[in-house]
Design a protein around this ligand. Structure first.
Ligand code: D5M
Ligand code: FE
Ligand code: ZN
Length: 474
């Protein structure tokens, strides 16, 4: 049987990793699985790993109605995740493609708005002059000596100089470079030293529809959220973690938890900030993950754990980040599932957007009302712009993928971030915004930067009733 499987895979230019073999050996009909996979999948990754294989097998189980699936079986569908899909080649052209994807995807969102009717190309409005509207990406913005704003508006047909008077309603829009907006106004004829200029009266963002016809979710049980464990750090709060483990194993209130979502920064990593090694109890990153795996193995295995990486984890820093490497994933029990940062998931009909939250720092630097202590406010700004990293070139590095995976194409039921080591929940239209807590106390580095963490908390949500509670373990 093994030879036949190897043959089928080599015909398709791939091989399986040892862990994928282990997984396959535990299935009832290994040979059939590979036959089906080879037939159904156009492209097979090299090597073929455990996760891809498992995802294929589990999907098959869902589709097969004759099998007696229990009501409460785990069902996770990955709707968007960069893992295994990266197209980055490191060429300059990548950025051209990236921003063009960002524009097209956001234009598709904004075009659905009533206000977009009658929007014109920049090239057309430039020739035609007079009143009109355009769907444009915002370029460099600066303030003039008279206190007005000048910016560049761009679409695939060209660009035009934009002008926002301080008296205009558009002045207070907190426009950021690289966001895509609908700009309404009128075009001034250029003459002499003056360029043709679009005088902007009003800015409309992609936004989130206010009224929805969404059905109530019939999700059974609860989801719980935590993040920023920073395992390996001296400041990791063992006591709080032990309380949490004791609670999740024994407390009646924990029995209905079926999914545990971890929003990145699983370990503290190494070399993330100056002199970090002085604050590490585990100085080897693999050992940090081994400890993390041991800790998660204490959680009852009927709880499905889903984890994304953060800026302290062992994957590339630019976003989107793929899931942790397979050699790390293999340290963990089968109920732990690793996906990329960000990921858009469908968990039993509940749409979940999971993002570590690096750009919260950028938004708090750029928008007056946003601060890192109030992360849901930053999350709202992301939702309004329908983008997780609305501004390029600040603190959050972006990998120029052919498709912009950071666009919020679809409005999620739940949007989760972490990173700023606070716990906060708020509803925004139909979406529940959650910033999940940390298990790391203040580090010397954070003390220097006056960052006050709010550690040791677990957010518990009933997706069906939309009731949320915060459980504290410190
Ligand atoms: O982030 C821990 C805390 O440090 C969180 O409050 C964000 C803040 N932080 C992290 N990186 C930066 C930068 N570059 N500027 C400002 N504040 C930052 P963690 O990712 O766990 O180190
Ligand atoms: Fe963190
Ligand atoms: Zn972080």
């Amino acid at each position: 049987m093994r030879e036949r499987i190897i043959q089928r895979l080599t015909e398709r230019n791939t091989l399986m990793t040892p862990n994928a073999w282990d997984y396959l050996d535990r299935q009832e009909n290994p040979s059939d699985i590979i036959d089906e996979m080879v037939e159904e999948k156009k492209d097979l990754p090299f090597p073929l790993g455990r996760d891809v294989l498992r995802s294929f097998v589990e999907k098959g189980k869902d589709d097969d109605e004759s099998s007696s699936t229990q009501d409460l079986e785990v069902s996770i569908e990955i709707l968007s995740d960069i893992t295994g899909e990266s197209t980055c080649t490191g060429q300059l052209d990548d950025f051209v493609d990236y921003f063009s994807s960002r524009y097209e995807k956001l234009r598709a969102v904004i075009s659905k708005r009533r206000e977009s009717q009658g929007a014109m190309d920049i090239n057309t409005i430039k020739k035609r002059k007079g009143e009109g509207k355009v769907i444009a990406m915002v370029g460099d913005i600066y303030s003039t000596s008279n206190g007005n704003k000048v910016l560049k508006l761009e679409d695939p047909t060209g660009h035009i100089k934009g002008f926002i008077s301080q008296d205009s309603e558009a002045y207070d829009a907190d426009l950021l470079g690289d966001e895509v907006v609908l700009a309404e106004g009128s075009v001034w004829e250029g003459d002499g030293d003056y360029d043709v200029t679009f005088n902007i009266d009003k800015i409309v963002r992609p936004g989130v529809p206010k009224i929805s016809q969404k059905k109530k979710k019939d999700f059974e049980g609860k989801m719980a959220f935590l993040g920023d464990l920073h395992v390996g750090s001296e400041a990791f709060i063992d006591d709080a973690w032990e309380h949490f483990i004791d609670w999740i194993k024994n407390d009646e209130g924990a029995q209905s938890i079926r999914y545990l979502i971890i929003s990145g920064d699983l370990v503290d990593g190494i070399g993330i900030y100056p002199n970090q090694e002085d604050e590490l109890t585990i100085k080897n990153i693999y050992e940090q993950y081994e400890e993390m795996a041991r800790m998660l193995s204490e959680i009852p295995e009927d709880i499905q754990i889903i984890a994304i990486p953060g800026n302290h984890d062992i994957v590339r820093n630019p976003e989107p980040q793929p899931s942790l490497p397979e050699e790390i994933q293999d340290m963990f029990s089968d109920n732990v599932r690793f996906v990329g940062n960000p990921s858009f998931l469908d968990i039993e009909g509940v749409k979940l957007l999971l993002y570590h939250g690096n750009s919260i720092n950028d938004l708090s630097d750029l928008i007056y009302e946003v601060s890192s202590d109030n992360p849901v406010r930053a999350m709202k700004e992301m939702m309004k712009r329908r983008h997780l990293v609305p501004v390029y070139g600040k603190k959050t590095p972006i990998a120029p993928e052919e498709e912009d995976h950071l666009v919020i194409d679809e409005v999620p039921d739940i949007f989760v971030t972490g990173h700023v080591h606070h716990t906060e929940i708020e509803k925004y239209h139909d979406t529940i915004l959650i910033n999940s807590s940390t298990w790391q106390d203040q580090t010397d580095y954070q003390k220097m930067r006056d960052i006050q963490p709010d550690p040791g908390k677990l957010v518990v949500l009933n997706p069906s009733s939309r009731k949320v509670t915060i459980q504290s373990f410190v």
